[in-house]
Design a protein around this ligand. Structure first.
Ligand SMILES: [Zn+2]
Ligand SMILES: [Zn+2]
Length: 315
């Protein structure tokens, strides 16, 4: 770690490095083929950053324009194109930057808000039913809100105020005018928008909390709830108060899975806990497999219980 820090520091004082990229288009029987090579000409700062530098050197033979080349060998490869990778929070922030949306201080907060409002889930971003429905509904009733240009315009205008190129009053007057227009339209369709989103909201919330059918009344859904009193998650039947079935969970953040316990058939819940890999947990207190595991790992269980108690008393 120390070595990395030292070399990183030194390299930040280095001179610029120069790299050369060669794009070659080759025409073979009227079919276009392309190849690309990149090499470092002047290493500059790179010289101080070894061995932590990971850039590819791919040198091509020197080519001249309109040069005729001989074909030595032809390899016929069968390959498939890959779909683009899903965005991660980091890569989508970069994309926002590229599109000039938001500012350095707001971009991370924008992504956070999307998670908190249940529009997206997972680290490799996936849109939820609610997220999709929100876009669909806005597109129908108020497409201006979704327009990237609108956001950009506001950012640019704010920048103009900062640079003293325009007076705040002019910008605010202008913004007020078009926002009033958009919001009047939105207000007019408010009921329809609400109706559209309600179903999706419920569905997304259920997906995030329902672990399976109740094992006692067979009617209600078992859902993950949070107890403020005990500061922990637990599973309870949605038919409460008719059915008072509950199951306790182990420490960590629980998430529903569509898997069932091999041993007892109860729903499995994924537990995300700091310091260990996410693992599946059977919600059945009397699960034979779980009891056996606990018997085998008595020391671990005792240590865990003690650690838990210490944490609770600290709180
Ligand atoms: Zn029940
Ligand atoms: Zn089980």
């Amino acid at each position: 770690m120390y070595d990395l820090i030292v070399k990183r520091t030194l390299s930040s004082f280095g001179t610029h490095s120069t790299r050369e990229t060669l794009n070659v288009e080759i025409e073979i029987k009227k079919e276009p083929f392309v190849t690309k090579g990149t090499r470092t000409i002047e290493p500059g700062w790179q010289a101080y950053y070894q061995p932590y530098l990971f850039i590819e050197e791919k040198e091509l033979p020197p080519f001249k324009e309109n040069q005729k080349i001989k074909i030595k060998k032809i390899n016929l490869l069968s390959k498939e194109t890959q779909p683009p990778k899903r965005y991660t929070p980091a890569s989508i922030i970069k994309e926002l930057e590229k599109r000039n949306l938001g500012t350095k201080s707001t971009r991370a907060a924008i992504i956070d808000a999307l998670y908190q409002r249940n529009y997206i889930i997972e680290n490799s971003l996936q849109v939820t039913g609610l997220g999709l429905k929100t876009i669909e509904t806005l597109d129908k009733y108020s497409p201006e809100i979704l327009d990237e240009e609108l956001t950009k315009e506001i950012e640019v205008d704010l920048e103009k105020i900062r640079e003293k190129k325009e007076k705040p009053k002019e910008v605010i007057d202008r913004a007020e005018k078009f926002l009033t227009k958009i919001l009047t339209k939105f207000k007019k369709h408010e009921k329809n928008i609400g109706k559209n989103l309600l179903g999706a909201l419920k569905e997304t919330r259920d997906k995030a909390s329902i672990v399976g059918k109740c094992d006692v009344c067979k009617k209600g859904d078992l859902r993950i709830l949070y107890s403020r009193r005990f500061k922990s998650y637990f599973v309870a039947c949605s038919a409460y108060p008719k059915c008072k079935t509950t199951h306790s969970l182990t420490r960590g953040l629980p998430k529903p899975t569509d898997k069932k316990c091999e041993s007892c058939g109860f729903p499995l819940v994924q537990i995300i806990r700091q310091g260990t890999r996410p693992f599946n947990y059977c919600i059945n207190k009397k699960c034979p497999q779980k009891l056996e595991w606990m018997k085998k790992n008595k020391d671990k269980v005792e240590a865990f219980k003690k650690q838990n108690q210490d944490q609770k008393s600290q709180k």
